[in-house]
Ligand binder design. Structure first.
Ligand SMILES: Cc1ncc(COP(=O)(O)O)c(C=O)c1O
Length: 386
């Protein structure tokens, strides 16, 4: 008899995506707006580099990744975020997801709290529970731009007996909210009073932006805190390389060493082939990033046009990433709504998976025609629900 250690559920995003795929396989006309997965392929120079790498013998690499990949990550960190890391401050894993898990696993114990602003990426709370600690959710509102305020952070830190980590994810999944330099400076003021708290800066969407200001990240805004910040990033989103499974963490040496130990004791390293591809992605031409962002922006605006004309929901235009998080008026059971919407031909994810009951999440990382049709179906279904 199998008796799992934890009450861990499968990612609700993956469950809804699977349901949509099953319906489509059974010839139902369902538009899938569930997954945060770019519909582009990897850039052609990346595919070329991978084809070349396949001709070599592909053996194990160090658990923290190929030295050339760590160097490429350091170069990008310096060029894009003005952050300098030494080689032993970088670890590569099977996606940003594994780096986050390894970091929690290496540092958390029973009784520890991890503060997560909501809306949050659905995997954080379960990862924290799997490591024996407790997620402490800090709700935010659309009026606050879905961002925690310094007052809110200070109050939550004061209440927690053992705050161990604060998670900051910007642009946020699923809010698309960005923290400005000023916002981060204000949060840094509070964090200085709590030296035992580490900060997970999940920057996986940093390159998918619809604003003109350059991206701000806590470790650069408050260099005195950098010793407590783990930046997490990867090739999944900006480079449309979700299935290649390459992500990384940059941060304090002791934490990176611990993350590497956890990595070495479970899957050793991420795929050697994928690491070669990631080197090409990071060192190669970057014009496509701008071009793809423009396409995402057009999709966002097309979806916003349809959704904002509906009286049945309220929606904010995101500043980055590729999600919309409409609040559906008068809805309490968003899980039931998401299942009902499947019968109306559109697959979404219930907002409660992100700590936002009464909302649903749509991904606009899909072609514009499907997105527009999916939004029309959603709006029509909400009218007939009334
Ligand atoms: C906020 C956030 N962090 C991390 C990840 C994980 O990314 P990866 O594919 O690199 O594991 C995701 C993926 O959806 C995400 O949305």
């Amino acid at each position: 008899m199998i008796s799992p250690n934890y009450q861990i559920t499968q990612s609700p995003i993956l469950l809804m995506a699977r349901r949509a795929a099953e319906l489509r396989a059974a010839n139902h006309d369902v538009i899938d707006l569930t997954l945060g997965e770019p519909d582009f392929t990897a850039p052609s120079h990346v595919i070329e580099a991978a084809l070349q790498a396949m001709q070599q013998r592909l053996g194990y690499t160090p658990a923290n990744g190929l030295p050339a990949l760590r160097q490429a990550i350091r170069d990008r960190m310096e060029a894009d975020r003005r952050l300098n890391y030494d080689d032993d401050q970088v670890a590569v894993g099977c996606g940003a997801k594994q780096i986050i898990f390894n970091a929690f696993f290496a540092t958390l114990k029973r009784g520890d709290d991890v503060l997560i602003p909501a809306p949050y990426w659905a995997s954080y709370p379960d990862m924290i529970r799997m490591c024996g600690a407790s997620p402490v959710v800090l709700p935010t509102t659309a009026a606050e731009g879905f961002k925690i305020t310094p007052e809110h952070l200070a109050a939550a830190l004061k209440l927690s007996k053992r705050p161990r980590w604060l998670v900051l994810n910007a642009p946020g999944n699923p809010s698309g909210a960005l923290y400005s330099k000023r916002d981060l400076e204000a949060l840094a003021e509070v964090l200085r009073r709590y030296p035992e708290v580490m900060i997970l800066s999940d920057d996986i969407y940093a390159e998918i932006l619809y604003v003109s200001e350059s991206y701000s990240t806590l470790a650069a805004v408050a260099p005195d805190l950098a010793e407590r910040v783990l930046i997490v990033d990867g090739v999944s989103k900006a480079y449309a390389m979700t299935g290649w499974r390459v992500g990384w963490g940059c941060g304090p040496r002791a934490l990176i060493a611990a993350i590497t130990s956890v990595q070495s004791q479970n899957c050793t390293q991420t795929s050697t082939l994928s690491q070669h591809a990631a080197i090409a992605a990071l060192n190669g031409p970057r014009d496509f990033l701008q071009e793809r962002n423009e396409i995402y922006r057009q999709r966002r605006d097309a979806a916003m046009n349809i959704l904002s004309s509906s009286m049945a929901l309220d929606v904010t235009s995101p500043e980055g990433a590729f999600y919309l998080l409409p609040k559906i008026k008068g809805i309490t059971d968003d899980q039931k709504l998401a299942y009902d919407l499947l019968t109306s031909g559109v697959a979404t994810v219930p907002g409660s998976a992100f700590g936002m009951p009464g909302h649903i999440r749509l991904s606009f990382a899909t072609d514009q025609a499907s997105l527009v049709e999916g939004c029309k179906r959603l709006v029509a279904a909400l009218v007939s629900e009334k």
